[in-house]
Design a protein around this ligand. Structure first.
Ligand code: AMP
Length: 402
């Protein structure tokens, strides 16, 4: 049984074909620069397929439909493809950024679901239209195939109002649904499930703090397997210090910037999303570059690292207070999986709460899910690689099973 997983952006389509019996990725690829003069498609058939190979095509790709057709022509290529025709695809999973309050779970796509996604565009004006493009094209090309929308926000719909409400005039919630939604839900849910397996406990008995540190960063407090608080907000800007996003901020800074720098709201928003975070502090947003700069004595790189890890520590402390008992803290995503220094600094001083890292285990590099806390640590600490595509595929399988 093969699933096609699609992550459609405004000018790109990222995809995987996964054999669900073995959860093996057969093909992975990216169509980019859709609508530009020269588009690009890179497709890789992975080890285990008969024709393990990489293909790069550079040509004009007018729209998402043309991009998807190009992908399908490679997948079904008589000499090198991995499927005979599109009927070999049993189901399709679409990543959708914002489900608003309409979607608490991954959902089979129907015309009603598409209408609801359209209604939610004001909540994610950059992302949801691009996700919808991918859905419409796939519905056209695969009209009879079971298709599922998997939302970044759905896992966090279990948050209680005390966690998701902003202290703003209540009408803004009633009329415009201004509230915290949270993102990266598919990743938080996936690593929580893997962590429960490592703890040998049912997920619905686990209290966890999941720490997703990549280019985007977020943290979630999980009580009995359900998200009860998370750091990203109505948009993916709140909370932790990210690659280029600022995280928590005094909202009055907007007015200060307008009055003192003559910036309009669009310019401020662009700055907070694209020129802030680690990049704003030290000019670099890749943590590997920041470590190199720290090693050569760069004071601003050191500051950026300190600001990020201090914020992580504050959030972990807050979520420990929210949860009371914590069975595990899980680090995931590019930085969380690879960076022992960030992990150690983020947990510094938490020994008093029963968090004891094993420095050797923490330093060990591996692609495997692993425990990095000492045997006597009452809160166990794990590194668990996230796998968003596989997480989406498992969600599709769940919906398919009904
Ligand atoms: P992601 O968004 O999960 O793909 O994570 C991307 C980020 O992970 C990059 O911008 C890097 O800052 C970080 N990263 C990737 N590999 C490493 C590594 N080996 N050590 C430290 N940070 C890393």
């Amino acid at each position: 049984m093969k699933f096609f997983i699609i992550n459609s952006g405004s000018s790109s389509i990222k995809y995987q074909v996964i054999e669900m019996k073995t959860e093996t990725v057969l093909a992975t690829g990216l169509v980019e620069r859709i609508g530009e003069e020269t588009g690009r498609l890179k497709n890789t058939f992975l080890p285990g397929t008969a024709t393990q190979r990489e293909t790069v095509l550079e040509q004009q790709i007018a729209d998402h439909y043309s991009g998807m057709m190009l992908v399908i022509s490679l997948l079904t290529d008589k000499a090198h493809g991995i499927i005979k025709d599109t009927s070999e695809i049993s189901a399709i999973g679409h990543r959708v950024v914002h489900g608003g309050e309409d979607f608490r779970e991954s959902t089979r796509i129907t015309p009603k679901v598409i209408e609801a996604l359209q209604r939610n565009i004001p909540l994610a004006p950059l992302h949801n239209p691009a996700n919808l493009d991918g859905i419409r094209v796939a519905m056209d090309i695969f009209p009879t195939v079971f298709q599922v929308a998997v939302f970044d926000t759905a896992f966090h719909q279990t948050m209680p109002p005390r966690a998701f409400m902003y202290a703003l005039p209540y009408q803004l919630y009633e009329q415009d649904r201004v509230r915290r939604y949270g993102f990266h839900g598919t990743s938080h849910r996936f690593v929580a499930g893997e962590c429960a397996r490592l703890l040998a406990k049912p997920l619905d008995e686990c209290n966890l703090i999941t720490v997703h540190l990549g280019n985007g960063c977020s943290m979630t407090a999980i009580e009995n397997g359900r998200s009860i608080d998370t750091s990203l907000g109505m948009t993916p800007l709140e909370g932790l210090v990210m690659g280029t996003r600022c995280g928590d901020l005094d909202p009055a800074i907007h007015l200060f910037l307008k009055q003192n720098k003559g910036m309009d709201l669009e310019a401020i928003d662009a700055m907070l999303n694209k020129e802030s975070g680690l990049k704003g502090l030290c000019g670099m947003n890749d943590m590997r570059d920041i470590h190199q700069a720290v090693a050569s004595g760069d004071a601003r790189a050191t500051l950026a690292l300190e600001v990020q890890t201090y914020r992580n520590r504050k959030y972990i402390g807050a979520y420990m207070a929210v949860l009371g008992r914590v069975d595990g803290i899980v680090f995931t995503a590019g930085i969380g999986e690879n960076d022992d220094i960030v992990r150690a600094e983020s947990l510094k001083g938490l020994e008093v709460f029963g968090v004891h890292l094993d420095p050797e285990k923490n330093r060990l590099r591996s692609k495997e899910a692993r425990r990095i806390s000492r045997e006597d640590s009452s809160v166990r600490v794990f590194v668990i690689p996230t796998n968003e595509e596989l997480a989406i595929a498992r969600e599709v399988a769940n919906v398919l099973r009904g």
